[in-house]
Write a new protein. Sequence first.
Length: 94
Amino acid sequence: MRAERACGSAGAGVAGRGGLVIGSWDGFQVLTEAGVVPGALQKNRALKFLCQMTEVRVESTDSPLTGSLSSGAVSRIPINHFEGNYIDPARTLA
């Protein structure tokens, strides 16, 4: 837990200075729990651990992470999670 708190604090510091923070897999959960990213993660609907490939599509190229990609491009990536449903009732994801 101390490592997660330290990572969340470090991420908050970088983000607070306008830096780019990337949180994938457990890192994303740490960032949500530390309040760096708004919202929370809920358990999967089927209440079971998922380990499979899924497709993601580039919706916007207006970020440092997607700027070199083509809008609409589809990639297959592995997912591996139990708490993987991101929710943010205070905002609408765009």
